[in-house]
Write a protein that binds this ligand. Structure first.
Ligand code: COA
Length: 260
């Protein structure tokens, strides 16, 4: 495992996956895309994991993009395959049955911003720079960025970021709705773990139902979305955790959720 491009650590139900190519600002080459896909498959199936935190190694970058040296030599067919490889991995993250938090500790550019946008929540250090600079390389985003940024921040912000290629500050990204919170860089890890700990103690099946509601509802009409919400709402009545949560409220005690 020593040549793995990832570091993986689990504490109190929180699995931290760190992209670990700091000398390349954690750029995503094919091996890293595949390792991430596998790491998220494993985390999805591991009942001991309640929440996943995704971050980058080193002081400078979350992820500075897809690996430009690898892309430089690709044919059109290989380019399409590289895009599909990244898209599938990021869709896997988006459809995870447990919350995934991106802790953005520096540059989140190109594939790095696309990776962060596939996570359910994003916390950025106040030193972070976020952008889609592919245009400067004669490219466009290929790991879902044109679609996820559009859905998160709308047409004006998407066209501004993708046509100019200029990065934005963490504060501007929060104004645009791209990140949830901005914290001082020195507090990013502690603040992320605080949020992760809160989610690790929440009812896992209700978290999953909520993620599914947003994933489905974001892509369908209001009638279908409301129908889907009712079905998920009914489904959580079948869980022990719903009895525990409502019972604990009535008993004036803290609930202990078990994921059943
Ligand atoms: N792909 C491959 N290698 C990358 C990379 C990427 N996306 N981003 C950075 N690196 C590499 C650099 O080539 C350099 O490697 P080297 O030391 O072997 O030359 C190393 O990471 C450090 O990067 P460097 O450019 O020296 O750091 P910097 O602090 O001067 O600049 C950035 C930081 C982020 C502004 C700059 O690295 C950059 O613009 N990266 C590309 C961003 C991008 O276009 N991403 C979208 C790709 S589709």
């Amino acid at each position: 495992m020593s040549d793995s491009p990832l570091l993986i650590d689990t504490q109190d139900g929180v699995r931290t996956i760190t992209v670990n190519r700091p000398d390349k600002l954690n750029a995503l080459n094919s091996a890293t895309l595949d390792a991430l896909h596998q790491a998220f498959d494993v985390a999805a199936g591991d009942a001991a994991v309640r929440v996943v935190v995704l971050t980058g190694a080193g002081e400078k970058a979350f992820v500075a993009g897809a690996d430009i040296s690898e892309m430089n030599g690709l044919t059109p067919v290989e380019g399409r395959d590289f895009s599909l490889r990244g898209q599938r991995m990021m869709r896997r993250i988006e459809k995870m049955p447990k919350p995934v938090i991106a802790a953005i500790n520096g540059f989140a550019l190109g594939g790095g911003l696309e990776l962060a946008m596939s996570c359910h929540l994003r916390i950025a250090g106040d030193n972070a720079k976020l952008g889609q600079p592919e245009i400067n390389l004669g490219l466009i985003p290929g790991f879902g960025g044109s679609q996820r940024l559009l859905r998160l921040a709308g047409r004006a912000a998407t066209l501004e970021l993708c046509l100019t290629g200029a990065p934005v500050t963490a504060d501007r990204a929060r104004e645009l709705g791209i990140v949830n919170r901005v914290v001082p860089a020195a507090e990013l890890q502690a603040e992320t773990m605080k949020l992760a700990g809160q989610l690790a103690n929440a009812a896992p099946l209700a978290l999953r139902a909520m993620i599914d509601c947003v994933n489905v509802g974001g892509e369908c009409g209001i009638e279908e979305g409301l129908e889907y919400e009712s079905a998920q709402f009914g489904l959580v009545f079948s869980t022990d955790d719903m009895r525990e949560g409502t019972g604990a409220f009535l008993d004036k005690r803290k609930p202990a959720f078990k994921g059943r």
